[in-house]
Each structure stands twice: as structure tokens, then as C-alpha cells.
Design a protein. Structure first.
Length: 309
């Protein structure tokens, strides 16, 4: 078993999905395969086949993407458990918070799966009623992006604002179509090295998701939130939460609130965390961590499996 003293398990969110994800885990681990089989049964359709074979357009539908990433992340967690000690903290990027809460024992896998399926459906519906989008701003700091978004809102009357503070020099903005386009132009004029429109049709982590947040709160009220076995570091506060009512509140709030990922990671490092293990598909969070602090150890699930044998 690996020494996991002062380690964090970090779980990725939307954007990490790819066709074929999880298949290698199922081939190696009966525990991982059991997670996919349970997901198929709970949801009533072959999510596993969608993850393993696609097609990409179906996997990238947010109503499918969210349960697919959660399932792959929890499958990786189950495959890793015999190789992992208890972490100091768990954290997830946006959707990844639900995987983190499964790891902390706050939600069961089935509860989390049904919640994220509902979350994805509600966000998709909100996007259809309030069209918007997102764009990654490269080369400006969050304070600069926030200032320019405020200017655009004042001049434009629509909404654009920070959705994700991912790492130094990488901030994602979100908003309605007109304000987002004005925001993109403002960031270019302000000296951004690059501004990339993301391939999403929703304005996640913005007030345009208020309708989805209100409906999602009703779903959350029906679920028992248990105290986490290890502290859960929340996107909305960039700090630890252990109270079930507070956790319920931030899971609803995160739909309209920015993801303070840089602040969350830096808070954990200040507590003495020296190792971060990314549990789920891809290496997106590991890449962000490299930009936040190069002094900490960065591992992904496959590395832990190799080191733990």
C-alpha cells in the first residue's frame, strides 16, 4: 500500500470524458467492473457500453456525460482502494465533487449516480431555455478577467463572469451569447494570449443555471447527506466542509457559483498536502496542478496501481 500521508484524492469533472474510458479498469479490476454493472442497472440503460464504445456525440450529451464521468471515477476509486491509505482531503472539480463525496462516504454511489443524471438533465434544459456558452481565457489572471467581465456586464446589460478559476493563467468565463462574445473580445483586447470558445451550449456556473439550481435543490432534499469520513474541500468556498447541511447547500450553489479550483488546491497545500492523486478519466487536474504548484507530487490512477502492486 502506498503511503498517502497528507494526500488529496482529486476527481475530474466534465471535459475529461473520452470514448473507451473505464474499459482498461474493468479488464484489470472486478471491483471496477462491478461499478459499471451497477450503473447500468440503476440507470436502466447500458452506460458502460456508451463509455467503452460511444458514439462520442451521445457520450458528450451532458445528461450522459455526468453519470459517465462519475461512474468511471468511482470505478477507478474501487480499483485503487487496496493501494490507497486514507487521504487527508477529497476534492472534485465541479461535477467531480459528487465522486469526491462518494469517496468520503457522504453519498452512496447509487445516490450520487441518480443525482448527477438529474443534474445533467436539468442543466441541459436550462441551457435550451437560456442559451449561452463558455470560453477559456489563457494568459490573464483571475482578477483581470473578473474586472473585464464586470465592465462588459455594465456596458452590455447581459451576463458574463468567471465560471472556473482553474490555475494561474487559465480562467473560464461563462454567460449569455451576446455578453459572452463581448467578453471574448474584451479579453483579447486586454492582452489574453488566447481565448478559446468551449464546445458546450450551456453557461455553467453562472446565473443562467438558476432555474436548474432551484429544481436540483428539490432533488437534493430527498437524499441523505452523511458527514464525510475525511474533509471535503468545496469548489464554492475553497475550504473544507464536514456539515451535511452545508454540503447540501454548496452542491446546489455550485451550479451558479464559480469553481475556485486554484484557491481550493492552494488551501490544501497550505495544510501540508504534498501528494495529489487524480482518480478518474484523463489527467486534466494533474495538468492544472502543475501550473498551481510544481513542488507537490502529482499522480494519476494508473500510476498508483503500478506503484501499489
Amino acid at each position: 500500500m502506498m503511503d498517502q500521508y497528507l494526500a488529496t484524492l482529486q476527481f475530474p469533472g466534465q471535459g475529461s470524458q473520452r470514448v473507451g474510458m473505464g474499459k482498461d479498469l474493468c479488464d484489470l479490476s472486478p471491483a471496477a467492473a462491478a461499478v459499471f454493472a451497477q450503473a447500468d442497472q440503476v440507470l436502466g440503460f447500458p452506460l458502460s457500453r456508451l463509455c467503452f464504445e460511444g458514439p462520442p456525440e451521445a457520450l458528450n450529451d451532458t445528461a450522459n456525460t455526468q453519470p459517465a464521468i462519475l461512474t468511471t471515477s468511482v470505478a477507478a476509486l474501487r480499483a485503487l482502494e487496496e493501494h490507497l491509505g486514507e487521504p487527508a482531503f477529497v476534492a472534485g472539480h465541479s461535477l467531480g465533487e459528487f465522486s469526491a463525496l462518494v469517496a468520503a462516504g457522504t453519498l452512496s454511489f447509487e445516490e450520487a449516480l441518480l443525482l448527477v443524471r438529474k443534474r445533467g438533465q436539468l442543466m441541459k434544459q436550462a441551457g435550451e431555455r437560456n442559451p449561452g456558452g463558455m470560453a477559456a481565457v489563457i494568459g490573464l489572471e483571475a482578477t483581470q478577467v473578473d474586472e473585464w467581465c464586470a465592465r462588459v456586464r455594465e456596458a452590455n446589460g447581459g451576463y458574463v463572469g468567471i465560471a472556473n478559476d482553474n490555475c494561474p493563467g487559465q480562467v473560464v468565463i461563462s454567460g449569455d451569447e451576446q455578453a459572452l462574445q463581448a467578453g471574448i473580445e474584451a479579453m483579447v483586447a486586454a492582452g489574453a494570449r488566447k481565448v478559446v470558445r468551449l464546445a458546450v451550449s450551456i453557461a455553467a456556473h453562472s446565473p443562467l443555471m438558476a432555474e436548474a439550481a432551484a429544481a436540483f435543490r428539490q432533488a437534493l432534499e430527498k437524499v441523505t447527506i452523511r458527514p464525510p469520513k475525511v474533509p471535503f474541500v468545496a469548489n464554492a468556498t475553497a475550504g473544507p466542509l464536514t456539515d451535511p447541511d452545508q454540503i447540501r447547500g454548496v452542491l446546489c450553489r455550485q451550479l451558479t457559483s464559480p469553481v475556485y479550483w486554484t484557491g481550493s488546491v492552494r488551501w490544501m497545500i497550505r495544510q501540508g498536502v504534498t501528494r495529489f492523486v487524480e482518480v478518474g478519466p484523463g489527467e486534466v487536474l494533474t495538468g492544472l496542478l502543475r501550473r498551481i504548484d510544481q513542488g507537490v507530487e502529482r499522480l494519476v490512477a494508473t500510476q498508483v496501481l503500478a506503484l501499489g502492486t
